[in-house]
Design a protein around this ligand. Sequence first.
Ligand SMILES: N=CN[C@@H](CCC(=O)O)C(=O)O
Ligand SMILES: [Zn+2]
Length: 412
Amino acid sequence: MRDFFGALRADIAATKGDAYSDGSSVLIADIAELVTCDGPGETAESALGIIGDAALIHQHGEVVWLGPATEAPAADRAVSLRGRTMVPGFVDSHTHLIFAGDRSAEFAARMTGVPYDGGGIATTVAATRAATDEQLRDLLHARLAELRRQGTTTVEVKSGYGLDVAAESRLVGLAREVTDEVTYLGGHVVPAEYRSDRAAYVDLVTTEMLRACAPHARWVDVFCEPASAHAFDGDEARAILTAGMAAGLLPRVHGNQLAPGPGVQLAVELRAASVDHCTYLTDADVDALVGAADTTVATLLPGVEFSTRSPYPDARRLIDAGVSVAIASDCNPGTCYSNAMPFMIALAVREMRMTPAEALLAATRGAAKSLRRTTIGRLAVGGPLDAAVVDAPSYLHLAYRPGVPIVRAFGV
Ligand SMILES: N=CN[C@@H](CCC(=O)O)C(=O)O
Ligand SMILES: [Zn+2]
């Protein structure tokens, strides 16, 4: 049986040790399509910056040359992609990867029409609190291995299934072991023990819990959804975000997932890097996002609508209006237990009517922007070789072959 990825790994292993120890250059040759996502942004197609029949040279930990294969300078060693496609590694800018327990029965109920309201989060909180560090670490690493096998090279990880001081700080600490993009989500839902005194919980999230978590985190997030009795209204969300910002964290928001609400406006007002879900938007929300396109990205999570059988966000309206858009998996046990970015790209194309070019940009450069990162989500001279290889002659196969394992993360 043909095992292209296994052969590629072996080729890289054969060159890698020497390349690192003696600083020699490695030519990645025979790239059918090199999609840099670093082109001029006038149109999605030009922003893809595609180079056909391409090559790339990597040395001293960075890309030192890329271009048409016929113009490639000499290098010390070579690895052949044998006619495959290279794209930037996917940036999954919204995940809840650390949790224990199982909510598959809740998913089955959802498929019979039971609506999602965030109430099931309590089930995961109980299971996560009961798990040991080792169990959570094993679960986290298994999920990271899954997403890497599907081309994701950067992942944001949220807390939010602890909801007390010790449990939340444990989750951000575990997340910090695997990524710099750690988000403090003590404001996920109000836990059962605070149901009769929400203000006391907001107080905890903005003081003692924040102090315990901020040293491990880069971001503060909140589930701002007045339509859910479990999540936070605009005033509560504002208190949680502004306290996080005062502690040095950067804001991002879960907003407008279940109904129109204040999440988008709050995110724009606070210059949040991202407002995620954006399923139910008013005209004023869209206008606000257009005005904030330089600072605030609308991160769409089509796996959530797929897995909760809900209407998809109107991606066409957002893109056509000039909003900055990303797509991410939102991998979590309640609304989308998938961390497959190629599947999210396929959904974005098939269900949200994004073009394949827009969807790939949203999963790479757009998602990097939502994390305020400039060197990932694109392939450029001077940047890291942070890429994914598609076992196909064109990036179009990402959406064209949903569910088929044709992508791998690729970095040397
Ligand atoms: N909506 C809030 N949080 C997650 C779902 C969490 C869960 O249900 O466990 C989301 O992004 O969809
Ligand atoms: Zn989420």
